[in-house]
Design a binder for this molecule. Structure first.
Ligand code: HEC
Length: 195
């Protein structure tokens, strides 16, 4: 009798594993892809648009090998030990807008002097805010993107590409943190674009 019970329960286990597990997996996959679709950033469209922004930045000599290099300064978390930042205007898909490009430098031996001498060696990321009229009224119409030095879009630990309305509605990320900027344009450095 004991044996039979064990047998039954092991059959039940097998049935549960083979039927319930895949069912659960399907439910989880559906839920997670559902939420991915709803994510306000990291879509193929966002990544495509980020590519166009990068091209426009290269043309304007604001990114890439021929870029204008300004004097590096001491940075703070999360952007890196040493930074430089340039404000300008670029045109993407026929739409002209303000752009802020922040180069984030780090790595062993990083210092203002080292970066000034060899900016490419220490460039860890390029974080960009580009104002697209009508794009995101809740957040001053900024398109947010974090590139690697080669212009590819970087990902967060959840493997989501950091381009678009980055982490909108979430407690951490570009938008959440920049909401705390003084003034009225989600920019820390100045309040010029709030007028
Ligand atoms: C935890 C807070 C925090 C997060 C997250 C954050 N930033 Fe920033 N960001 C700052 C601070 C503070 C400054 C100004 C100080 C500095 O230069 O480091 C800044 C400056 C900038 C600037 C220069 C304009 C300005 O506001 O002065 C850009 C561009 C920028 N961040 C882009 C991004 C992008 C894109 C992301 C997301 C991929 C991001 N930031 C995530 C805190 C944050």
């Amino acid at each position: 009798m004991k044996n039979q019970t064990r047998k039954h329960s092991s059959i039940r286990n097998v049935i549960q594993q083979n039927i319930l597990r895949p069912m659960l997996a399907t439910v989880l996959i559906t839920l997670s892809t559902g939420s991915l679709h709803a994510a306000p950033f990291g879509s193929a469209e966002d990544i495509g648009y980020a590519g166009k922004v990068w091209n426009a930045l290269q043309q304007a000599q604001l990114a890439g090998s021929g870029r204008i290099v300004s004097t590096p300064y001491q940075g703070s978390h999360p952007h890196g030990a040493i930074l430089n930042t340039i404000d300008s205007q670029i045109t993407v898909e026929g739409q002209q807008g303000t752009v802020i490009v922040k180069n984030n430098y780090g790595g062993e031996g990083v210092s203002k002097q080292a970066v000034a001498n060899n900016p490419d060696k220490y460039l860890m990321a390029v974080t960009v805010m580009f104002k697209r009229p009508g794009y995101d009224a809740d957040n001053k119409d900024w398109f947010w993107v974090k590139y690697a030095a080669d212009g590819s879009v970087m990902k967060n630990p959840m493997k989501m590409a950091l381009a678009g309305r980055v982490a909108k509605g979430m407690p951490e990320g570009c938008i959440a943190c920049h909401k705390a900027a003084p003034g009225d344009d989600m920019v820390f450095n100045h309040n010029r674009y709030a007028q």
